[in-house]
Design a protein around this ligand. Sequence first.
Ligand SMILES: Nc1ncnc2c1ncn2[C@@H]1O[C@H](COP(=O)(O)OP(=O)(O)O)[C@@H](O)[C@H]1O
Ligand SMILES: [Mg+2]
Length: 265
Amino acid sequence: MVTAQSHAGKGSFDLHDVSVTYGSETAIAGVSMHIEPNAVTALIGPSGCGKSTLLRCLNRMNDELGNATVGGRILLDGVDVYDKEYDPVELRTKVGQVFQKPNPFPMTIYDNVAYGPRTQGIRKRSDLDALVERSLTRAALWGEVKKDLKKHAFELSGGQQQRVCIARALATEPEVLLMDEPASSLDPISTQQIEDTIAELKEYVTIVIVTHNMQQAARISDKTAFMLRESMEHPAFLVEVGETRTMFTNPGDKRTEAYITGRFG
Ligand SMILES: Nc1ncnc2c1ncn2[C@@H]1O[C@H](COP(=O)(O)OP(=O)(O)O)[C@@H](O)[C@H]1O
Ligand SMILES: [Mg+2]
């Protein structure tokens, strides 16, 4: 029997002086922050300020690009995930991700969600059934699809496909879920459903979400990190990170205030 794991208190990140260089261009530099477990942290800032770049550091997806060099230290629950002994594949089972555009695999809803557990060696039908139900429930999709689990994922609406992708990411019971503008390609009702889902998920996972939508950041996040690139000659940096409510009502830095009041970006 595969029981629900509790990751309560796990999935915290500590970033120390993180930088990312693509070829000869340093995109971000000097990023140091703590990411709290079982909370939603939003990364905001103008287009091109390195939000996606920073997010990809957290599960070493930048490794896959071939041209990116990551500097500084990133600790997950106190362990350096860039240590040469650390297996990036293992990291990605702990730190799952959801992309901007829904990208379900070309297979049934059931097989999408069971994909990760199967690659981890789970074969027993009753175990897979339980994982699929639990993951779809957490992604707030179970009620809509429980009678159609054999349906091809491509037959679903965009918002449902994105929730399949969330369920697929949750099925391996990650500690952290990274989301890069997960609702930006969706209609307002689907966006609302994704936002509602995120609010419930932090009971199970730490969430780091990139959004260019400040209202969305204000609605769904506990912590907000504001990044800025002041000129192309200089890398982007973290202006400040703090409680979302404080960031939106009483930011510490004038540049944060200018951004959230819509004076640039
Ligand atoms: N794979 C890549 N190769 C080279 N440069 C990249 C790559 N990805 C991002 N960049 C550059 O890094 C900077 C930050 O990009 P990105 O992280 O995508 O910003 P954001 O997500 O905030 O819009 C940009 O100047 C962008 O051109
Ligand atoms: Mg981006």
